[in-house]
Design a protein around this ligand. Structure first.
Ligand SMILES: [Zn+2]
Length: 300
């Protein structure tokens, strides 16, 4: 995109003849300008990520749909800024809601264990009531009027995260965003999975990524490389912040994220914990007395 990305909430931004973006009116430090809802097709439509429970956004989508049939409502994942409007949109259009699973689906073994034992904290922004009408598996292909859409399981931001490949484009949800790196907050987020999903997306031949927040990404491979390097840099910073004495998450966060605005400090601490779980899994740190948000961490 040559022009600056400046969609107006509720007004469709045409990205191609059969693709429009409709920005939801939910800007915030975590959502940037707001959630991008994508409308694919011409005669019959597919909608990706209806957005937050917001009647203004529902009316905007209704105007864009303009009475045309909707064949599928697809969800990249079940965070509150993506999935709650799916139910109302499904009632309005009669289309079924497709997703990987409920909000705990796709969790890694270590995250399921931390959650079970109440040791992970987290749970921010989860749509706990979310349940799809149809469960999509990794690699499943949907046939829509606008062509085939392939579901790619990309856990990491949350276990039930899917990306959707359509022609040479991938809708990357919150896994690869156009404005910032993704929040990875255990037990929903898993950094080990996140890195695997980045490697997976790298193998897909896409010429554009359409994220759920921010502008289209015209150079997907470069953006993925930036994202992976950003995480590797953070990992190195965290390992160097771990002195020889036992260190807590708050101390590491203050060192590594010293320049972060106060509104994002809690999210930064969650990212640090995600890294520490990943490093623990790799045997690079130990946690005392047990792996948890209140543990002290030591370099192995
Ligand atoms: Zn999200």
């Amino acid at each position: 995109m040559n022009a600056p990305f400046a969609p107006i909430a509720g007004q469709p931004l045409k990205l191609a003849d059969d693709l429009a973006l409709v920005l939801a009116p939910n800007p915030s430090p975590m959502t940037y300008l707001g959630t991008n809802t994508y409308v694919l097709g011409c005669a019959q439509l597919v909608i990706i990520d209806p957005g937050p429970a917001d009647s203004t956004h529902l009316r905007a989508l209704e105007r864009v749909i303009a009475g045309r049939p909707v064949s599928h409502i697809l969800l990249t994942h079940s965070h509150l800024d993506h999935s709650p409007l799916a139910t109302a949109l499904s009632s309005l259009t009669g289309a079924l809601v497709y997703a990987y699973g409920d909000s705990t689906a796709g969790r890694s073994a270590i995250m399921a264990q931390l959650a079970r034992e109440g040791l992970a904290g987290g749970g921010e922004g989860i749509d706990r009531d979310f349940k799809p009408d149809r469960y999509l598996q990794d690699g499943e292909v949907l046939t829509a009027d606008c062509g085939q859409i392939t579901a790619i399981h990309t856990p990491g931001h949350i276990g039930n995260h899917l990306s959707f490949m359509w022609r040479d484009a991938i809708f990357t949800g919150d896994h690869v965003m156009g404005w910032a790196s993704s929040l990875v907050s255990p037990p929903d987020g898993d950094l080990t999975d996140f890195m695997v999903s980045c490697a997976r997306l790298k193998t897909c031949e896409a010429s554009v990524f359409y994220p759920s927040h921010g502008a289209p990404i015209a150079d997907p491979k470069a953006r993925l490389a930036w994202l992976v390097n950003h995480r590797l840099d953070r990992e190195a910073q965290i390992l160097s912040a771990l002195s020889d004495r036992p260190t807590r998450i708050a101390e590491i966060t203050a060192t590594v994220y010293h320049d972060v605005t106060p509104g994002l400090r809690a999210a930064a601490a969650r990212n640090v914990f995600a890294h520490l779980v990943d490093l623990y899994q790799k045997g690079k740190v130990t946690a005392h007395p047990v792996l948890s948000t209140t543990a002290t961490f030591v370099k192995s």
